[in-house]
Ligand binder design. Structure first.
Ligand code: GDG
Length: 739
């Protein structure tokens, strides 16, 4: 079994001290709970911070701590108070956390936080690189370590790296405000697979990649520097059986052995057996909407007095990030609200809110879940929310109602819950009333449906799906790597060229000999390219053919005087050295009259796009457009053109950020075969980057050296990465002395 190296800011266990004694407790929070189950199922090592300030730790205890951690397959990254202030409480929790949860009013941009974030990520990278073995899978978790995937990939490109973000990824409109946005995106893209809880977060991330880095993304895949990068959504599940079985055990425990909280609840219920318990559990965090929940509960008590003394809100708030100012302010606000509601509505026998500000052991948590009739979960933003899922898993008798915010990732999967807007107190009050009055048969129906799903898509399945997808990405990459033009294959090619007597080289232009420019007219040839092509074309037995979708005028300007042959407009025209242009194919062009207005309509509606009219084709360019709009319009235009061109002997070519309409049957492959026909070339080479070049690869004989620029699937024999690789190869060919 392959070993998995889990990496997260916190280890799943927290170290603390009591009278020089080491105390080890489970960490709280969704990541730790969820991934601890993975830690159990697989052979793993978990790298992270053990929860202590290193500089203020008694050094004589470090060996003991390390031993305790090693026994639990954990590897510590030690942090000191300054790191915690800047990297953890600073950049992670004052910059990224509020920004990604849309609380822009709390976002702090501070250069020293960023510096520390980079530095600590680098320390994690060093630790991973120390521990990793060749076949390990590295799985990096969450927003504290967004730079880590790239740092590891740069050092060890061969390793498989996954990254999962446990919180939302915000819309580009928010993300763009981050001064270090590019570095963050590049950092994450070091991973071969990046996962999010929900499609919306994936969509936002892809849009930021496209807009900030300009990469082309095919569905959810990016081909970059010899790699395949996948982005996908994997809604995290829970260890269903753990919660379900714990709830069954709870029923069997004799009263004397119940947890303290269980006994307290039972005593209270004994006094008023008809009281409905409404549960609320969260880390005390502003994203969880705790104050809103209390206000909505107060509103409910005001609107529906008939429920006084019949309901209580059991509210567990787990202390979290209490060093950050917003969290301290929120704690005061929550304390005040609880006081206000209890002060206003409590009676001798009844407290509307039972408030606990602490972390509870697992069994007590299960007691809370089991005793509660309703779970009220109202985050303002939440990546997923596991509490909602755990609550449902513990309902062994299928009695219970879940009220869930539409802003939680979990709402996308738990449609049977009563879904509310966390800012709408009226809606929450009505939801509470509906929940209290919901017939048992309806409760059972809803809970059963949710349980079936949670049981099936549990944490184990989630992990398998993520790791399976990561492995597939690597397999896809290695398949491509088998077609890579390796040094060995290149030597064979150079040798074949050297020994041949009559050679022909078909070279596409844009993307193959030069990089793409936003304005095509700026992609003119540079001196070094001319030099390589000139040298090649003057060698005995060589014929260089530039074969492109460009128009005659441009190629005449750039190459008219050269000793190369030119084929333009995808094979309509040809020009041999020292002669004029000739039509290869006779075609009609009347169709332009009715196609042109259609394309012009898209030019008008899509800023940055333009139409290029060639003799025998019309081209819509959208490289300069907003990338999302450009792609959407391209799909619409293609759709519209497809219905228009039927029966007109026309075809649509989709190039790199262009859509071209032209007479069908004319293509680079056909033009190249006509050029070869009747000649006895003993070295044929074809190089191109977009799919119009696939015609060329298909038509050239099997023995030809066909090369695709870009690591994507192709009919060509070989792949190279970029146009720079093509230039290097041509330079080597031009350096060969031909006798
Ligand atoms: C982040 C994202 C995403 C809570 N109190 C106690 C306790 N818990 C456990 C719960 C649950 C976990 O903590 C909380 O998980 P959530 O998912 O609700 O929230 P976050 O901590 O904010 O987690 C979140 C999650 O990562 C996973 O990707 O869902 O959106 O914000 O498991 O049971 N556990 C114990 N005592 C407590 O007092 N033992």
């Amino acid at each position: 079994m392959q070993r998995i190296i889990l990496v997260s800011n916190r280890l799943p266990i927290n170290v603390s001290f009591k009278n020089r004694r080491i105390i080890i407790e489970p960490s709280v929070g969704g990541l730790a709970t969820g991934m601890s189950s993975v830690h159990k199922f697989y052979e793993t090592k978990w790298i992270g911070w053990p929860g202590i300030d290193f500089e203020n730790t008694d050094f004589s205890l470090i060996d003991d701590i390390n031993r305790e951690l090693t026994q639990r397959n954990c590897v510590p990254v030690y942090l000191n108070q300054k790191d915690l202030d800047n990297y953890y409480f600073g950049f992670s929790n004052k910059t990224i956390w509020p920004l990604y949860h849309y609380f822009t009013q709390y976002v702090v941009y501070e250069e020293s936080y960023w510096e520390s974030y980079k530095e600590v990520n680098m320390r994690f990278a060093e630790k991973v690189l120390d521990y990793v073995k060749d076949d390990d899978i590295i799985w990096v978790h969450d927003y504290h370590l967004q730079l880590l995937p790239k740092m590891i990939k740069d050092a060890r490109p061969d390793l498989q790296i996954g990254f999962f973000l446990h919180i939302p990824f915000p819309s580009f409109e928010l993300f763009r405000g981050l001064p270090w946005r590019k570095e963050i995106i590049e950092g994450i893209l070091g991973a071969d697979l990046t996962g999010f809880h929900a499609y919306d977060y994936e969509r936002h991330f892809i849009s930021s990649v496209r807009r900030l880095l300009g990469y082309d993304i095919n569905l959810n895949q990016i081909n970059l520097d010899n790699r395949i990068i996948k982005i996908d959504s994997f809604p995290m599940g829970i260890d269903y059986n753990k919660y379900h079985k714990a709830a069954i055990r709870h029923q069997k425990v004799p009263k004397t052995e119940k947890t303290r909280i269980g006994r307290e609840i039972e005593n209270r219920l004994a006094l008023s057996p008809d009281t409905k318990l409404i549960l609320s559990i969260d880390r005390l965090d502003y994203t969880k909407g705790i104050a809103n929940r209390l206000k909505a509960f107060e509103f409910f008590l005001g609107r529906y007095p008939e429920f006084h003394e019949k309901v209580s809100l059991v509210m567990l708030c787990v202390p979290s990030r209490s060093n950050v100012e917003q969290y301290q302010l929120m704690k005061s606000e929550v304390d005040e609200l609880v006081g206000r509601i209890n002060g206003k509505y409590a009676s001798i026998n009844w407290s509307p809110v039972w408030y606990f500000y602490r972390s509870l052991p697992f069994n007590s948590l299960i007691d809370l879940y089991v005793y509660s009739d309703i779970a009220l979960i109202t985050p303002i933003r939440d990546g997923m929310n596991l509490v909602a899922k755990e609550y449902i898993a513990t309902k062994t008798d299928c009695k219970g109602v879940l009220i869930l915010s539409e802003m939680a990732g979990a709402a996308k999967e738990m449609g049977e819950a009563i879904i509310i807007n966390p800012n709408n107190y009226g809606e929450i009050a009505d939801a509470l009333k509906t929940a209290i009055l919901m017939p048992l048969s309806v409760q059972k129906e809803k809970i059963t449906a949710m349980q079936i799903r949670l049981k099936r898509y549990n944490i184990e399945k989630w992990t398998k799906d993520f790791l399976g997808s990561l492995t597939n990405t690597m397999i896809q990459r290695s398949k491509l790597a088998t077609k890579e033009l390796t040094t060995e294959e290149e030597l064979k090619l150079l040798d074949a060229y050297r020994h041949a007597k009559k050679r022909i080289l078909f070279l596409d232009y844009d993307g193959t000999l030069v990089g793409f420019k936003k304005q095509p007219e700026l992609a003119s040839p540079d001196e070094s390219l001319y030099k390589i092509l000139d040298t090649l074309s003057l060698k005995k037995g060589n014929e260089i053919v530039l074969i492109s979708g460009r128009d005659r005028r441009t190629f005449t300007d750039w190459f008219g005087e050269k000793k190369y042959s030119l084929i333009v407009e995808h094979g309509v025209w040809i020009k041999s050295p020292d002669s004029g242009w000739k039509l290869i194919e006779k075609t009609n062009k009347e169709w332009k009259e009715f196609i042109k207005p259609v394309i012009e309509f898209y030019v008008d509606r899509t800023p940055g796009s333009f139409i290029e009219e060639k003799n025998y084709s019309l081209v819509w360019h959208f490289r300069k457009c907003d990338p999302d709009l450009g792609n959407i319009r391209a799909i619409e235009l293609k759709d519209e053109l497809t219905s228009l061109i039927a029966n007109n002997n026309l075809e649509i070519l989709e190039g790199n950020k262009v859509i071209e309409v032209k007479n069908s049957g004319i293509n680079k492959g056909r033009a190249a075969s006509q050029r070869i026909a009747g000649n006895s070339y003993d070295f044929i080479m074809g190089i191109g980057d977009d799919w119009t070049d696939e015609y060329l690869f298909e038509e050239l004989p099997q023995s030809a050296y066909t090369i695709k620029v870009g690591m994507v699937n192709t009919r060509a024999r070989y792949n190279v990465d970029t146009f720079n690789d093509v230039r290097k190869l041509l330079k080597k060919l031009s350096d060969i002395n031909i006798k």
